[in-house]
Design a protein around this ligand. Sequence first.
Ligand SMILES: Nc1ncnc2c1ncn2[C@@H]1O[C@H](COP(=O)(O)OP(=O)(O)OP(=O)(O)O)[C@@H](O)[C@H]1O
Length: 871
Amino acid sequence: MGSFSGACEIVEAREDLSRGKGVVGICQSNSRCKTSEKNKKPLVLNLGYKDYIDDDINKLFESFALKSSSRDLGMSQDGTSHKLKNTLKKPMTMGVPRSPRVGTSEAANLKQALRDLCISKASEVAAMKRLSKSTASPRISEVGRIQTLYSSVVDETGHSGPYIAESKGHRKEISLVPEKGKSPLLDKTSQSHQTTQITSSSQAINSAWEIAVATTQLDSGTSSMQSDSACSSSKTGFQSRHVVPVQPEKQTSASYQSLYNASESKLELPVHASSPKKLGNKVVVSNTGRKGRLQTASSSSTSVSGTKVNKQPHHSPHTVKMVIKNKNPSKKKVKEEDSGSASCDPTSNEVSKSVPGTARLICERCRCALENTGEEKNKEIMTADSTSPGNGVNSGSNKPDLASTSGTINKGCKAVAKVVKNTKLKEQLEFSQSSKSSQGEYSSSTSTSDESNMSGSSFGSRPHMSKDVRWEAIRRAQMQHGALGLRHFNLLKKLGCGDIGTVYLAELIGTSCLFAIKVMDIEFLARRKKIPRAQTEKEILRMLDHPFLPTLYVQFTSDNLSCLVMEYCPGGDLHVLRQKQPDRCFSELAARFYVAEVLLALEYLHMLGVVYRDLKPENILVREDGHIMLTDFDLSLRCAVSPTLLKSSCDVESTKISRLSAQSSCIEPFCIEPSCQVTCFSPRFLPASAKARKLKVDPVAQVRSLPQLVAEPTDARSNSFVGTHEYLAPEIIKEEGHGAAVDWWTFGVFLYELLYGRTPFKGSNNEETLANVVLQSLRFPDDPFVSFEAMDLIRGLLVKEPENRLGSQRGAAEIKKHPFFEGLNWALIRCATPPELPEFCDFEVLDTASQGKGAKYLECNVGEHVEFELF
Ligand SMILES: Nc1ncnc2c1ncn2[C@@H]1O[C@H](COP(=O)(O)OP(=O)(O)OP(=O)(O)O)[C@@H](O)[C@H]1O
């Protein structure tokens, strides 16, 4: 039942009524009588008696303009309507067609008329509320008055308020509040009001995110980035990174099997647009005319689905995974884990030929061949809700995906409806399991509950990608095939190889939609104890709905391979891109653009309870429109977040302003009161007095003086030794326990590297690097020139004590306010023109005509060879 509109409006109406005469007691009592039996009797209002009749009722009746004759209404000579009373008491039948006009039908009675009026008024008020949130609306008062009166009139059993229960055959069950789902208008309004209550649910977290976005929008200037250089060819090889993988301290197989949750972030930024960007020799035409529009599709949604794709000139540099020897027993796990990897030949690129009908998968690292029956035997798990774009990844069918093999895998390509149904069941099942298991898995953390993320998860749509043509393609394929598997994709190219899987560029057969598919060998992961990392990544991917984070379209298991079908980013990563810049570093404008987008992505992750922990240029991919996508979540830490409302420097005046603003909130559903102080692309309706006052207030000061919401996990703690050496925060190296502040440290290193072309504490080897991180003070080279603001920001971020680090107290909001970002329009950054990209080597995906020749294709069809590498 959509409780809001009723609840909210009635509250307002009652307030209005409380100022009126006589009705106060009725209204107030009505609200109490829901919970108290004792209160029922005094509330009984019988129209036959004048105990509670007041002028309002008479006026009300007059306003109905009843045209029935006195005979119809049974008016007696004394003017009282005894028949009216009887009419009201007369049992009504559900579903009886109502008179089209009040009072004109024989069958109509006053109660029905009242109901009509009340319902129509309620709807009208809800609509008005949507259009103008003026709390002082006379219409609201009026309907509240009518509702209350109506409740009083018909309530002889003590039931009152907007919902009137059936009673002994006398009463018809009437709800003044439309049922949930029947009135999207009311539901939406309801949601917007519900957000005023901050809870630790994911909804609140997302709301908090929206607040954070809204509050940081201080100006409307757009950030237009111009690259210093057009392009340059890659001249050098890649630097190597040294990564310390995560060490799950307690891993149980049970925990592997029950990690899947999904928490839908209902993020919906109001504006999305993209600008045409040049990639390679082709100009990738993105959706023109989107700039500044509301609710447009993802910038990366359409152009990528074309038949031409520009080749990434290089694969991302291979990250060299190193093991740090440590006396700590937990480090041994790292060693053990990685020793497995190390024993494999990382250079191996073997592709085994196998007989038709057999999939022979060669693990590049361990050189193991996985013989599988050629057909996927319906083992694939379709996780997308084919009925709704955005539901594609949500299903809980993930659980058996990595956790077990075919025994627990869904059988058969069943009818879509059945799959969806099963999916929902699994969601429920796994939802309950996941929060337990993830705690077990991350027992080293002191704050690792999934619940903040998972509770309230709705598995709903992903608003920012809802117009994405790839969703539609996936949905159609699911309708056609039932469950998607590897056989439904043509693997075009290997994009890169990570620690837990290999990523391929793939095309959904029969479409021109391209995807990046991460393929992970479950047995390999199990042997190397990397299943928790894969689980973590998948869980996080499933939660995401953000323009700077990847979209997971579907996930399935084929032949013991866990596959994640994600958004494809054709622009390479920032590490490669930096190497192509003059002097191998970005201009300050370009760097500002990239770090700003990364900051928003990190902020969003934090609000979902994800501490990223592995920020580095290699993990930031460039979309075809030049905006970024932060990837790779297998080292991330999941923890609880409890949004906190901080009363900053709110003086009396600013508090008043807050109230004022709360009364006159923006009509955009995504702007959450009271933080939406800036114009959110739509006019707001202020009372005249409020307008006058508002004009006198400096809007910037207004925003700054607002209460601030911190919804990031500032007190999360983990003891895992995880990250990339040059990016490791001191507290991780010192094993003091770490939290979200590590992301602000890495953020500082990241900015430093973009500007100077190298990391600040890099030593000649890993040990020296680590020692430098802990002991060495921060130094800035003279060349290239970097502004004071940029250096100051880096200085604030690279504070060795996490508690004194910028961002550690109030999260990303603190960092956004730094002068380095002065003038940046955070809310519209995804509409800003990204830095120009260098020319890429041309790479064309074979178009449909050439597909048959298949020279470059790695076929992945049923019954045919499945030849591709793993790891
Ligand atoms: N969505 C994508 N679009 C384009 N390329 C991608 C995409 N995802 C990954 N890649 C490429 O595939 C490579 C491997 O990615 P993957 O996430 O498996 O490993 P990784 O980034 O090296 O990290 P890790 O080893 O920690 O998992 C990346 O370096 C990147 O270049």
